[in-house]
Ligand binder design. Structure first.
Ligand SMILES: *[C@@H]1O[C@H](CO)[C@@H](O)[C@H](O)[C@H]1NC(C)=O
Ligand SMILES: *[C@@H]1O[C@H](CO)[C@@H](O)[C@H](O)[C@H]1NC(C)=O
Ligand SMILES: *[C@@H]1O[C@H](CO)[C@@H](O)[C@H](O)[C@H]1NC(C)=O
Ligand SMILES: *[C@@H]1O[C@H](CO)[C@@H](O)[C@H](O)[C@H]1NC(C)=O
Ligand SMILES: *[C@@H]1O[C@H](CO)[C@@H](O)[C@H](O)[C@H]1NC(C)=O
Length: 319
């Protein structure tokens, strides 16, 4: 297990680590994990509601696996983001429509990614999960380039074409055999994106090839083979171009979301995998007050079925 270090390189940190050693001695895992979810600029129908939002399905996804959520605003200072990094146990980059290079979402993703690499290099396990836009953002950050190609994948449920690496991957190795079989033949993964990372561009890019291992691919209607699932070779960084959270938590009839028992199991196993990764991290807030004030429970979700394909969203930064 990673032995926590002093955070001498961090900017602002708290003094009290009261529960820390008690927790460490009584359990090898953090049983009160907290995941940060990046808010992103509100656009289209949401901009009247606020400046930034998080779709509630990502929150439910994390909560369903036994973790709590801290939303990450788009209007903090760099010092505040750094402090938050050392308070949370993992980061989720959700789907959506923020600009991959110029949005505050993209800047925050890059900052947390840098801090996560540093932490992991120093022996602190800090996981990052990217879904859809989050997947695409990770490819931009790792390669320093936008290597995406337009694909016919805006509302397409697909089975996964697993690579030979999937079976022994950290992500899938503990999945039940039956569920892996179902994932390989049933359309349990909703693709809801216009941009994809083709296997061609992945293979031709040194940074990407040296950083990630492809776990599954898919083909669009025009024959472009794109990466649907990958994990980093040497870091707890995971990315899915499809939407594991929607099967259980989104119900728009405009989207071909699977809700079968197997589809719901996919949501559960993916969420549990990531939350278990976060249980290996011991970052914590300075004290309970600070923790309570940061949690998503301070925000109330809004029912947005009539203006979007999300059932509910949280407004994180108001107008
Ligand atoms: C909690 O920690 C913050 C940051 O260190 C500090 O400003 C605050 O006074 C602390 N609150 C309590 C109740 O200890
Ligand atoms: C590769 O990436 C470039 C952008 O750098 C893009 O224009 C091109 O269409 C991509 N090609 C494939 C096959 O993905
Ligand atoms: C492969 O990447 C190089 C840059 O590293 C680029 O010049 C070349 O066009 C790419 N080839 C293809 C087929 O995308
Ligand atoms: C899986 O790969 C095969 C061969 O490349 C391709 O024909 C098929 O469309 C792919 N299936 C899916 C669901 O993407
Ligand atoms: C959507 O529903 C909410 C109430 O749930 C209502 O306040 C809002 O005006 C509706 N928006 C549109 C565009 O119909």
């Amino acid at each position: 297990m990673a032995i926590p270090r002093s955070h001498s390189y961090a900017v602002v940190l708290c003094v009290s680590f009261s529960l820390f050693w008690e927790q460490l001695s009584s359990s090898p895992l953090n049983q009160r994990p907290i995941i940060g979810i990046l808010a992103q600029e509100a656009s289209y129908s949401f901009d009247k509601l606020g400046k930034s939002y998080i779709a509630a399905s990502y929150v439910k996804y994390i909560e369903s696996a036994g973790a709590r959520v801290v939303p990450i605003s788009i209007s903090l200072t760099e010092d505040q983001y750094q402090k938050l990094f050392y308070s949370i146990n993992g980061l989720l980059l959700p789907g959506g429509g923020a600009n991959l290079k110029t949005s505050q979402f993209s800047k925050n993703a890059a900052l947390f990614y840098k801090l996560a690499l540093q932490a992991n290099n120093d022996g602190t396990h800090f996981p990052i999960w990217g879904t859809c836009l989050g997947f695409e953002e990770l490819t931009v950050i790792t390669s320093g380039k936008k290597l995406l190609i337009n694909t016919d994948t805006s509302n397409v449920p697909l089975p996964l074409n697993f690579t030979k690496d999937a079976k022994d991957s950290r992500m899938f190795k503990d999945f039940p055999v039956d569920l892996m079989k179902a994932l390989a033949v049933e359309p349990l993964t909703l693709n809801s994106h216009r941009w994809s990372l083709s296997v061609k561009n992945f293979t031709n890019n040194t940074e990407l090839r040296n950083f990630y291992k492809i776990l599954s691919t898919n083909m669009d209607s025009q024959g472009i083979e794109f990466i649907s699932t990958m994990e980093a070779l040497n870091y707890p960084i995971y990315a899915v171009q499809w939407h594991p959270e929607k099967n259980s938590f989104e119900w728009s009839r405009k989207k071909y979301i699977a809700h079968t028992p197997n589809a719901v199991k996919v949501t559960s196993y993916m969420a549990e995998f990531f939350v278990n990764e976060a249980r290996k991290n011991w970052h914590q807030f300075c004290n309970e007050t600070e923790e309570k004030n940061a949690l998503i429970y301070n925000y109330a979700p809004i029912y947005t079925e009539n203006i979007s394909s999300f059932e509910q969203i949280y407004i994180i930064d108001g107008n």
